[in-house]
Design a protein around this ligand. Sequence first.
Ligand SMILES: C[S@@+](CC[C@H](N)C(=O)[O-])C[C@H]1O[C@@H](n2cnc3c(N)ncnc32)[C@H](O)[C@@H]1O
Length: 230
Amino acid sequence: MHARIPAGTADTAPMVEARSAFLASGAYAPLANAVAAAAGTPSGLVVDAGAGPGYYLSRVLDAAPSAVGLALDVSAIALRRAARAHARLGAAVWNLWEPWPVADGVADVVLDVFSPRNAAEFHRVLKPGGLLVVAAPLPGHLAELGDLVLAVDERKEQRLETTLGAYFTRESVTEVVHTSPFTTRQVHDVVAMGPAGFHLDRDGRRERLRWTPARNVTLAVAVGVWRRND
Ligand SMILES: C[S@@+](CC[C@H](N)C(=O)[O-])C[C@H]1O[C@@H](n2cnc3c(N)ncnc32)[C@H](O)[C@@H]1O
């Protein structure tokens, strides 16, 4: 089945290429570790909403030997990578704003890493007491890259509470803040893989990116654990 979706929503081939190369470099390993720790060791189904190439879901499955994973994403190109990323991972091309192809109350954990949040579907597919793990950028995330990346909404935490609060209770938040030296390739890929990747040809961004030197870059992300309200 093909997902119906407006243009500029699904990650494109160059964005997926950049994301895969960047994640393989290990630069976001501290975030993957925090997501895996937040998910714990589920023994059943883990659904990753907007899984991209399946990097974070694979790390969760590595830590949970009897769990199985389902990657949902509207980008078929990203999901082709996800489907090959782990032996216990299946993938479905899906628009997260449509009712998901998942039964009621069957998932132990839902992951959402930098992806759209459909709170009603998160709640419907989770078992009673199931966990939602949400990773979202904090102010300061990738700050050294200035306007090459899109600004983080300062009220993101408040917006999360508004979106999720009717269905979930927040149990914990871990702030992953880590500054490390990025090569020119990592600088390029981290810009090209994100929302700015849809607009590289605007405002001379592609040209400026080409001449942006290696530098220290800060990863600043909140990993929230939310428990399903029954
Ligand atoms: C910023 S990327 C994050 C990917 C992955 N979670 C990661 O961090 O590597 C956002 C992902 O959400 C997907 N996406 C955006 N809108 C979507 C929608 N309405 N339904 C399904 N996937 C969507 C994009 O294709 C992309 O793979």
